[in-house]
Design a protein around this ligand. Structure first.
Ligand SMILES: NC(=O)C1=CN([C@@H]2O[C@H](COP(=O)(O)OP(=O)(O)OC[C@H]3O[C@@H](n4cnc5c(N)ncnc54)[C@H](O)[C@@H]3O)[C@@H](O)[C@H]2O)[C@@H](O)CC1
Ligand SMILES: [K+]
Length: 488
C-alpha cells in the first residue's frame, strides 16, 4: 500500500476540487465516517466530547458532532482558536452544527468521556499551543477514551514525530490512504487501531500524487519471492555464505546461517577461520563449513561462480579484515551487518567508494547506533525524519539500507522506501538481528533483488516473531518463518 504524506494528500485534495469534486462533500463523508466509527466502538458512551481545531480537521469534527447529535448522543463541543476566523468548508460545517461550542479552556476531561480529537490533522506545522498541550495531559490523566480524526493532534503525518505533547488515541480514523506518521514512531504508538475510510477521492488522483513510500506488505515483494517448485534443484535455490568470527565467537554467524537455510537457500556455508572449525563443526549438520582465513583464500574461493550471496558482520570482529573482505565482495549480493558496518566507522567513504563502482547489490542493516557510525551527519540532522534519513543513507552508499528499530525503514538508492510495522515488541532480543541478516542473505541468494529481499526479510522476520510468540529467543525464530506459499 502506498502511503501519502500530508503534502501529497493536500495535492490530492486540490486536484479533486479542480476536477469538480465538492470539497464540502468530502468533509461530510469524513466527519460522518468518524461518527459511525465512534458509535460502533463506543455504543454505550455517556457523553461524547468533540474537540475542534481551526482548520479542516476541526471541520470534520463539527460534522461528526452533528451526526452524533442526530444519532441521539449527548454531545459537547470545545473549540480551539477564534471562531470568527473560520473559513470555507470549516465555517460551513460549524454553521450547520446544532451543538454550539465552548472554548477549549472550559473542558475538564472525565474518565468516561469519549473524546473525538479533531484539533489538528495533516495541517500541523509546529508545536501545539501550551494550552492545548496541558489539555492533552489532562485527558491522559483522566484516562478518557480518545478517537483521533486523521492523526492524533500533535503527531506529524510526515515523520511520526510528536510536536510537543501529542494526543494518545485508542483509535484513529484516517481518509483514503494512511500517512507515514501512522506507522513511524512515536506516531504509531499514539494512533491505537487505525481505520482508513474511502471518502471518494478517485484512485487515479491518489496514484498520480503518490510518491514511492509504502507500508511493507507482501504485495510489495511477493512476486519476487523464490518459487517453491518440487523440481528446483538445491543449486538453483542459491548458495549463501555466512562469514563467522574466530574461536568462541561463531554463535551469531551460526544463527544467521541457520535462518538462511530455513529461509530457503539451497546451500549454506559457514566460512570460518581455522581456529573456529572444531567449534563450528560441533554445532553444524546441514550447514557446510569452509575454512577461510584471509583475503587470498577468500578471493580463491570466490572463483566458484555458484556462490550467490554473502552475510558479513554477525560476530565477525571489527577491523581491517572485515574491510578487506567487504571490498573484495563489492559487486556481489551481500548483507553487511553488525561488525561489518562498524568496521567502517572511521572510514565510511571507503565503503561508499567500493559500492559506488557497482550496481546496487549490498543491503546494509544498521540499528540506530550503527547508522550513526556510518552516517553521522545524516543521523544528527534534526530536520530529517527516519524515512528521509534512511533515504539519504541509501543514496549516499548506493546500497539498500534497512534502518532497524521497532519501526524499521527500508530504502533504496532510487528513492523507494517501505515502513515495516509487523514486528512484535518481543522481537527485540539478543541474536534477532543475526537471524534477520540470514533471512535477507538467503533471499538474495535466491535471486531476489536487494530492495525486495530486504523488505521481504523484515516482514518475514516480524511474522516469525509473531509465530514464535512472546518470550521467544532468537533460536526460535527460524522455525517461526511462514511458508512462502501461504503468504498473501
Ligand atoms: N483528503 C483528505 O484527506 C481530507 C482531509 N480532511 C481533513 O483536513 C485536515 C487537514 O486540514 P488543514 O489543512 O486545514 O489542517 P489542520 O486542520 O490539521 O490544521 C489547521 C491549521 O492550523 C494551523 N496550525 C498548524 N499547526 C498549528 C499549531 N501547532 N497551532 C495552531 N495552529 C496550527 C495551520 O495553519 C493549519 O492550516 C485533515 O487532517 C483531515 O482531517 C477532510 O476534511 C476531508 C478530506
Ligand atoms: K486530530
Amino acid at each position: 500500500m502506498q502511503l501519502l504524506t500530508p503534502e501529497q494528500m493536500g495535492q490530492a485534495d486540490q486536484m479533486a476540487a479542480a476536477s469538480g469534486i465538492d470539497s464540502h462533500r468530502l468533509m461530510m463523508k469524513a466527519g460522518e465516517a468518524v461518527s459511525a466509527a465512534v458509535l460502533r466502538r463506543f455504543p454505550a458512551a455517556v457523553r461524547m466530547v468533540v474537540l475542534c481545531g481551526p482548520g479542516n480537521n476541526g471541520g470534520d469534527g463539527y460534522i461528526a458532532a452533528k451526526a452524533l447529535f442526530e444519532a441521539g448522543c449527548n454531545v459537547s463541543i470545545y473549540h480551539f482558536g477564534d471562531l470568527a476566523n473560520l473559513k470555507g468548508d470549516v465555517a460551513q460545517a460549524f454553521n450547520a452544527c446544532p451543538v454550539k461550542p465552548q472554548p477549549l479552556a472550559a473542558y475538564a476531561p472525565k474518565a468516561n468521556d469519549v473524546v473525538v480529537d479533531a484539533l489538528f490533522g495533516a495541517g500541523l506545522t509546529r508545536s501545539l499551543d501550551p494550552a492545548v498541550q496541558s489539555l492533552i495531559l489532562n485527558l491522559r490523566k483522566a484516562g478518557s477514551n480518545v478517537v483521533a480524526v486523521d492523526l492524533p493532534s500533535g503527531i506529524s503525518g510526515g515523520t511520526g514525530a510528536a510536536l510537543g505533547t501529542a494526543v494518545t488515541a485508542s483509535h484513529t480514523i484516517t481518509f483514503m490512504r494512511p500517512k507515514p506518521g501512522h506507522f513511524l514512531l512515536p506516531g504509531r504508538e499514539h494512533c491505537g487501531t487505525l481505520e482508513t475510510f474511502d471518502i471518494g477521492i478517485p484512485q487515479r488522483i491518489l496514484t498520480s500524487v503518490a510518491g514511492n513510500t509504502y507500508l511493507n506488505e507482501p504485495s510489495l515483494w511477493k512476486a519476487h519471492l523464490p518459487a517453491t517448485s518440487i523440481q528446483s534443484h538445491k543449486f538453483k535455490r542459491g548458495h549463501l555464505t555466512v562469514f563467522s568470527g574466530g574461536h568462541g565467537t561463531t554463535g551469531a554467524a551460526r544463527l544467521s546461517a541457520t535462518a538462511g537455510l530455513k529461509a530457503g537457500a539451497g546451500l549454506v556455508t559457514l566460512a570460518t577461520p581455522s581456529n573456529a572449525c572444531t567449534e563450528a563443526t560441533a554445532h553444524l549438520t546441514a550447514i557446510m563449513l569452509r575454512e577461510i582465513n584471509n583475503v587470498r583464500e577468500l578471493s580463491h574461493w570466490l572463483e566458484d561462480k555458484r556462490l550467490s550471496a554473502f552475510v558479513l558482520g554477525p560476530g565477525f570482529g571489527i577491523g581491517e579484515k572485515a574491510r578487506d573482505y567487504t571490498n573484495l565482495l563489492a559487486g556481489n549480493p551481500v548483507v553487511l551487518d553488525a561488525d561489518g558496518i562498524t568496521s567502517f566507522a572511521e572510514s565510511p567513504d571507503r565503503l561508499f567508494y567500493s559500492l559506488s563502482k557497482h550496481p546496487t547489490t549490498f543491503v546494509l542493516t544498521p540499528h540506530e547506533g550503527e547508522f550513526a557510525r556510518l552516517f553521522p551527519d545524516i543521523h544528527s540532522d534534526k530536520s530529517l525524519g527516519k524515512l528521509e534519513k534512511a533515504r539519504a543513507a541509501a543514496s549516499r552508499s548506493n546500497a539498500v539500507v534497512l534502518y532497524k528499530g521497532a519501526d524499521t525503514v527500508i530504502t533504496a538508492p532510487d528513492g523507494r522506501a517501505a515502513i515495516n510495522a509487523n514486528a512484535p515488541p518481543w522481537l527485540a532480543t539478543a541474536g534477532s538481528g543475526d537471524v534477520l541478516s540470514g533471512i535477507i542473505g538467503s533471499l538474495l541468494a535466491q535471486e531476489m533483488p536487494p530492495f525486495e529481499a530486504a523488505c521481504a526479510g523484515a516482514w518475514l522476520h516480524g511474522a516469525a516473531g509473531q509465530n514464535a510468540g512472546e518470550g521467544l529467543s532468537a533460536e526460535d525464530l527460524p522455525n517461526g518463518l511462514p511458508k512462502y506459499s501461504q503468504i498473501s
